[in-house]
Design a protein around this ligand. Sequence first.
Ligand code: ADE
Length: 233
Amino acid sequence: MTFNLAILCALEIEAVPIINSLQLSEKQCPFDKRLGFRFFASARSEICLLQFGKCPKNGIDRIGTQIAALAAWETVKTLAPAVIASVGTAGGFKAKGASIGDVFVSDGKICFHGRHIPVPKYKSFETGDFPSHIIKNLGVLKKGRVSSGDSVPISKQDHDRMLALGTDAKDMEAAAIAEVAYLANVPMLAVKAISDFVDSSEQTHSQFMANFKEATDKLAQAMNFLISNNNFG
Ligand code: ADE
């Protein structure tokens, strides 16, 4: 198997429109079965998608940096893709002019906003600052700063850190995948569709439920565009 692109998705509802749009079909996952990931691939095996699967303890889709790092490591070790992508929904910022369904392709550093270690020598480790693979043909997609943390609600420290980083898309996986990709020397990017606003008084979950269909449809269109325009070999 020589995949040009491995797409990593946390939620099944993020993965399904992409699977349909790229006509991927489910195959036996080549990873350790105990991890419970789901694996989809294109007919000629150029593109694959890993969905993080269900938590065996409580049956919900697994999200966050731990499962993302495991999925990324298994992907680079077993599948050796040319490029790895963290693809999903994210929180955006009204104050920066974002709209629901905007899709951001990572630009510049991919960072942790939720890792706070106030020790001088850990300053750069805290945020990670991992490189993002440069995409030549973006069409109308926006470039933006993607940052990650393991919480949906944000603390004052998370807020200040996102302000300092210039975050456009707040997610829970990209920086962990970027860290593994950096370690394995595999080009990595994040593609994130805005499903809710971080700077809103409305609860994130109710925003997400109202908007995820629009956001995930736009995400699938964006992936189709990026792949059809030869960004991945
Ligand atoms: N995914 C979608 N919306 C999110 C948010 N507000 N924070 C983290 N991950 C998200």
